[in-house]
Write a protein of this length. Sequence first.
Length: 118
Amino acid sequence: MLESAGGGEFAESLGLNGLMTWVAVLGIAIAALSFFRGFYPKGSRSRMIFGVASMAAAGAWLWVLAKGGDIALAGGDITLGIDYTGIVLLLLVAVALRGLYFVAEMVSCRKEWLAQLP
């Protein structure tokens, strides 16, 4: 998209060429894992496994999208770099806590789910 607007060099300097492919692939994986997570009832191990896997994929997606918390622009004699790794790590902690939520959900709803089985 940036190439058609004359920003090909800018996109290349940011490293956006392969980034969008990875963002799309990981986004599709998150959507697929989230579908199966919603398919299973609370308390089942399958829901917990797909929930934790979807949050792991979401963490990888976040890391790829944020480029690891470091952006560097180089042009001529000037290089501009921004390091926001701390913010990205805080967001990854939030994603990990969301993954732990599915473990806690399975533990707390396990007895009701087992009681519903024939």
